[in-house]
Design a protein around this ligand. Structure first.
Ligand SMILES: Cc1cc2nc3c(=O)[nH]c(=O)nc-3n(C[C@H](O)[C@H](O)[C@H](O)COP(=O)(O)OP(=O)(O)OC[C@H]3O[C@@H](n4cnc5c(N)ncnc54)[C@H](O)[C@@H]3O)c2cc1C
Ligand SMILES: *[C@@H]1O[C@H](CO)[C@@H](O)[C@H](O)[C@H]1NC(C)=O
Length: 341
């Protein structure tokens, strides 16, 4: 078989990182990214980009932990290189606070982030309404710069990117040998997955450069995540809401909740409001499937449904998707060499 042609549908963090892993693990592959929208117009551009895993109830914990570990190690190396500022990756320390001690005092990811420990009494004095907390250092992606950095890496490895809405994966069968589905919430329509649903999230990006530590309310929805230039204030989790327009009442509510946690935010300026739809599912769909029509086959690898935690696991799931693409190619090469005999 000549250079296998691989199409990746989607240019959010999952599509771009998956295309990069495929290009890295299969240098003979010709990889193309097809997407309806790209940065700055994807859900991934709206995300806060904090590396704090969300738990997928349908995926074994050791698998989720492995995905998170691989992602953390990959971004940690970038944060420690000359690329860090362009890629928008940095370490950030802070606190997750609770009104009462949580059932699970040690989350599964506590030994992946750095310096995880219970907060001291002195630290807790900053949070008079909270009685327990965890301090740690993690990584954060400034999302639009990180997506642009991934695009630049892709172009440098010869990956082509085109704007194209794909109505049906089958329409790609005559042009590509393998198709990878990284369409995020778009997969609901693209492959008719009714288990995939949106969880709407609204956030504010503000100018408050004196806020250096992250703060997350472990019992609720409120968080304050400082990035390189802006601080992200969140958030909301609205199941099955498809609205992409900001809601003014929600903006005020988020701002008030964040000020209750960090009163200095009353002085924040330049409030910008963003909305995104988290592609939510019981578990990430990361698997091979073979589509066939009239004796013609098209191998597909799905990698979507990362919900509230796509940034936290993207490199781990991209590596697994690239491994599955390798299996598809090996299967194609096996059948084409048998056909020659
Ligand atoms: C407010 C908010 C805050 C968040 N904060 C965090 C956080 O701090 N940490 C974290 O880990 N995660 C966070 N997330 C979650 C994270 O944003 C998602 O898990 C992640 O962005 C999903 O990436 P994706 O590439 O699958 O989807 P997307 O970014 O939506 O990309 C999907 C791509 O597929 C394309 N596409 C879809 N359908 C088609 C089609 N038919 N044809 C062609 N192209 C198509 C789209 O145009 C797009 O390019 C947050 C999400 C929100 C909304
Ligand atoms: C993002 O969306 C805006 C508004 O629809 C559009 O003008 C712009 O070209 C889009 N950017 C990209 C990179 O697709």
């Amino acid at each position: 078989m000549a250079a296998p042609k691989v199409a990746v549908v989607g240019a959010g963090v999952i599509g771009l990182s998956t295309a990069l892993c495929i290009a890295e693990t299969c240098p003979s592959c010709s990889v193309t990214v097809l997407s309806e929208q790209s940065s700055p117009n994807t859900t991934s551009d709206v995300a806060a980009g904090m590396l704090i895993p969300h738990t997928y109830p349908g995926t074994p914990i050791h698998v989720q932990k492995q995905w998170f570990k691989e992602t953390f190690a990959y971004l940690f190396a970038i944060s420690n290189s000359a690329e860090a500022s362009e890629a928008g990756i940095h370490l950030v320390s802070g606190w997750q606070v609770f009104k009462n001690t949580p059932k699970e005092e040690l989350p599964f990811w506590s030994d992946v982030v750095l310096g995880f420990r219970p907060m001291s009494k002195a630290e807790l004095q900053k949070f008079p309404q909270h009685r327990f907390g965890q301090a740690f250092t993690t990584l954060k992606c400034d999302c639009p710069p990180y997506l642009l950095w991934l695009e630049k890496r892709l172009k440098a490895t010869g990956v082509q990117m085109y704007t194209r809405k794909v109505a049906d994966l089958w329409e790609l069968h005559s042009e590509y040998n393998v198709v990878v589905n990284c369409a995020g919430i778009g997969a609901r329509q693209l492959v008719g997955d009714e288990k995939l649903f949106p969880i709407r999230g609204q956030v504010l990006k503000v100018h408050a450069p004196w806020v250096k530590n992250f703060i997350r309310d472990g019992d609720g929805l409120t968080y304050i995540y400082p990035g390189i230039h802006r601080v992200t204030l969140g958030g909301t989790r609205e199941k099955e809401s498809w609205s992409l327009s900001p809601d003014a009442g929600t903006t005020k509510d988020i701002f008030d909740r964040c000020c209750a946690l960090e009163p200095s935010l009353r002085g924040a300026r330049d409030i910008e409001v963003k909305v995104g739809l988290r592609p939510s599912r019981q578990c990430v769909r990361l698997q091979r499937e073979v589509l066939s029509q009239g004796g013609v086959q098209l191998p597909v690898v799905h990698n979507y449904g990362h919900g509230a935690g796509g940034f936290s696991v993207h490199r781990g799931t991209a590596k697994e998707a690239a491994r599955l693409v390798g299996e598809c190619i090996a299967a194609l090469q096996g059948s084409s060499s048998r056909a020659k005999l």
